[in-house]
Design a protein around this ligand. Sequence first.
Ligand code: C2O
Ligand code: CU
Ligand code: CU
Length: 446
Amino acid sequence: SDARADYYRAVQKKAMVEILPGLKTEVMGYDGLLPGPTFDVRSGRNTVIEQVNELDVSTVVHLHGGHTPAASDGWPLDLLMPAGGQGEHEGHHAMTGGDMKMGSRTYTYPNTQRAAMLWYHDHTMDYTAPQVYRGLFGLHIVRDDEEDQLPLPTGDREIPLVIADRAFDDNGGFLYPIAKDGVGVESQYMEGVIGDVTLVNGAPWPVHEVDAVRYRLRFLNASNARRYELAFDRGPAKFVQIGSDGGLLDKPVEHKTLVIAPAERFDVIVDFSQYQPGDEVTLVNKLDGSANVMRFKVARKATDDSRIPDKLSSYAAVPEPTGLTRRQWRFRRGDAGGHKGWTINGKAFDPKVMQAQVKLDQYEVWSFVTDVHHPVHVHLAPFQVVRRGGGHPGAYDGGWKDTVDIRPAEVVDVLVKFTAHKGKYLIHCHNLEHEDMAMMAAFETI
Ligand code: C2O
Ligand code: CU
Ligand code: CU
């Protein structure tokens, strides 16, 4: 083994977990947890994770936002079969190839990237949505020296908040609508599966006690299909955004509310010193009648030596070069060769078809075009939004992103460059039901 690597082992298994008070929910979790264990890692140092599959279904793990060699990126057919042999969906996948393994697989993440909050999750062909829904997701936080030198809140004043909605049956089991043929989700869920219970870090509507000081809240929307507009129910707190999917912004940006689509991350500072001890402030979702997401209870005054520097990072936006290769990716509901679902450029996902060959180390402009709302995600490299709807990027488009929310009938242009790793990668909608209904395309870096 290598001194420049950290080794972990995670066992994917079923577990009975108390999520709703007094009830037990069967989850599929990494180490039986929902969310799975958080990996806190150093930029430039390898993380090697041995995944053991004790479930009765096949799985594959993808590190979302990771600059990962193709062999460890979680290609949807590089399946890890259950330790005990064939899983439920083998018949369906057996024909299609991929690097199948039995029982365990080792993933190597070089972490050759800036400090950022990434997340890992299942990426099994046609079954990502139900498997993530049941618990196969967790955080992977990369740290680096640039970020360590900033006077930001740390320790228990840095809180990752993973938001995910779920629905439950009367006994506490997850309610996920599976089609009768066992493949994917029923067509009445074309918009994706939405739940009526909001979980934050796996707990329904939690209450978190805070001191009256600044906190660093690191949001991930791990919901299958729901988007949120987060706001506080009483002033004066606002969100000072310091980072997005791909790490720190060059300088802070203030927002009254935060719109967060599936898979996006927002790294924000919230100053609770504007409240009095005893105050309670509720984080609500304005897109859902200001429904409760979680509450903060301000406990006491305390000293605070944190600050929000005017300059956060040297990794600023780059000017858009002229004369670049342009590619269009059209995300539409479609009817491609008998497939009734969602398509990219008129095609349902086919792992044998590379929709693009992309040269390493060259910027390209990619245009995302939609019919309805789609959160578009690109594997391997972050991108910079350069235009939205023909005009300037939106309020939430700052920094380097790997997922961008495209509104109905909108065109968003991004600047992207892949700097390492030749192989097969994916672009897809991160509404996970759309992804499973084939709104995914493969491209090859060369
Ligand atoms: Cu978070 Cu290809 O996915
Ligand atoms: Cu990804
Ligand atoms: Cu979509």
